[in-house]
Ligand binder design. Sequence first.
Ligand code: GLC
Length: 559
Amino acid sequence: MRITDTSDLWWKTAVVYCLDVETFMDWNDDGCGDFEGLAQRLDYLAELGVTCLWLMPFYPTADRDDGYDITDFYGVDPRLGTHGDFVEVVRTANDRGMRVIVDLVVNHTSNRHPWFRSAEASVDSPYRDFYVWRSDPPPDTSSEVVFPDKENSIWQFSEKTGEWYLHRFYRQQPDLNVTDPKVRDEIAKAMGFWLELGLSGFRMDAVPFLLETQGTDKAEAARLPDPHEFLRELRGFVGRRTGSGVLLGEVNLPHPQQAEFFGGENGNELTMLFDFIGMQSLYLSLARADAGPLAKALTDRPAVSPDSQWATFVRNHDELTLDKLSDAEREEVFAAFGPDPRMQVYGRGLRRRLPPMLDGDPRRIRMVYSLLFSLPGTPVLFYGEEIGMGEDLDLEGRMAVRTPMQWTDGPNGGFSRAPKRRLRRPVVSGGYGPEHVNVAAQRSDPESLLSFMKLLIRRYRECPELGWGQFEVLPQPHAEVLAHLCRWEDGTLVAVHNLGAEPRTVPLTLEGCDSTHRLADLLQDGTTPLSDAGRADLQLEGYGYRWLRVVADGSRRLL
Ligand code: GLC
């Protein structure tokens, strides 16, 4: 391995930033964000240090699921702009050193997609088999729905032909039948189209549901090729078309199944998987001020190929799901971070952003982001996290965290010049409103969260051991402290985080080190000598955090 390998496997040390064009920046004053507005903000994102944008769905949509119900896989929602505007954004982002990936939502279409309209109209439609149908009344599937507040079955009766169709999500999102080779071809063709416009890959929505063969006759399902073969085909396809494009998959499953979606040690399926288990354990650790659950989740991660990578995150656009915790653990997190039922959703998650959950305590917020960027993997930010935006619990369900980006303390937080009533979604008000939380103010303040995020991103990018290295939890006596190390080639980073409110002295002994090594702080000034036995005592404040590079005498690495 050489440092230059980090450019081939660019995604192993990327900083991914997720945004929705419609809530990011409105340039034509109609109250809805657009591609022109995003183009205006690319320099901001580049300055932040982002290296890969993830665009949430921007396709024509019936808008039942905020764009995740698509009516045309080849289109651009006219409210957001045109294909021309899209290409301008991709090209300009590339020029600023940022790649672009987009949501690929092919588990289902909208029920208003022409394929489904045709399929629903007649059993003889050429598109009938694009979807999954059954003619006998379905059993009770109320425990299998993803949105239990709105659905109680994964089968919806269709009057037109007297049959039921499969839908994992809302009934307006009929599931595509990927066992049909024609559907597979259509998916690849749509991917090929967007790749040709300069993308570097996709964030793949709902992958386990996409691969499942529910609804297919059992004997038939057994004759079909392994559904994972389809993922291997898509990975191969993206590789052939782009050379280095990625598939970043949404697979919220236990570790052994996640390993399968990577393609096991062959690493020939999804390039990256979100670390849902790590994320959920992080919140349990924060709630308990005990690093144990997080340390366990990290050490339990299955070994993956060097061509695979974990994508780490603190928050995304959906509910903060806690579905992989036990009932008692979930209750602990609810009690700590969202005790009011209004803050919870689907019985499994929270619809809040991080800062309000931590009572706005700047020490804790910074500690969590320092931890995120120090974890082995590729960090993914959700827009607004860099300035500490809050949520709006008056909005429905998951929309609470999808409010407009806050650029200034001016009207509509600088998101749009349209009258307030025409905004796509209201801007947050109150303590987290734009008067208190906005980009403009934080840009000129070296002590702001935004400035701190920039520092974290710069350090992350300077430490490829975080994306590539071997990970170890370091033994030390305090339950509330996580001390860990990432080692790659001659680079070793030690990170210590205090999840508790009390200061701690953390004794560490670093194997293979002695007094010819020292620890150099990367987030503040300072150097700590190591003893002959490789030992140091590190001071941490309450909610304190430190990143320390192990420097050998004579090392040529820049500090
Ligand atoms: C994924 C998306 C979510 C969407 C669902 C259906 O889970 O993250 O926002 O509602 O898929 O497409």
